[in-house]
Design a protein. Sequence first.
Length: 216
Amino acid sequence: MANQQHKKVAGIVIPDSTIASQATELLLEHGTEFIYNHSLRVFLFSSLNAQRRNLVHDPELLYVASVFHDLGLVPHYSSADLRFEVDGANAALEFLKGHGISAEKLQLVWDTIALHTTIGIAEHKENEVALMYSGVGLDVMGEGYEYLSDHHREEIVSAFPRNDFKNKIIPTFFGGFEHKTETTFGNIKSDVCAFMIPNFQRKNFCDCILHSPWSE
């Protein structure tokens, strides 16, 4: 698997502090090349969006959040019963606790990772949360693609290739929570289960209301 040799890509400096480097090492050790490339693209897209929108943020925290945001999909960090986003957030929290990070910053990184798939909420949170949500949206669904210059797009994809991303990302998601599909209730990953499992029966919010233990 490639390691971090790109100090500056698309004009964005990739953090190489001790914290950033150790986070990258964990991604390389426990993740896959596919997740590594996706995570680095997410950081770069998020950072470019910050430039475009002139949003003040902490690049190191945004980088660590980007590195950990999908590690909840891999066996080393995956729990038996939590959303993969929470697994990734918890892993980042445990990693950062040993680095003297303030409680406020720890919570910020946790939120950035835990909320990165939460449409309608994440974009209204702190800048780091909103930025990574936007970076994920750009890489996965092409949201904001029109703001990305051809030069930046080509440079980023050359450094961190997509490698048939459209066809591989859905099975990659599913592989991270196929043992706990109930965790996709109420979030967009239930669409992944419906795509991957024939006749998948989604839990229904209205059924939960109508079949509650209340007598009336």
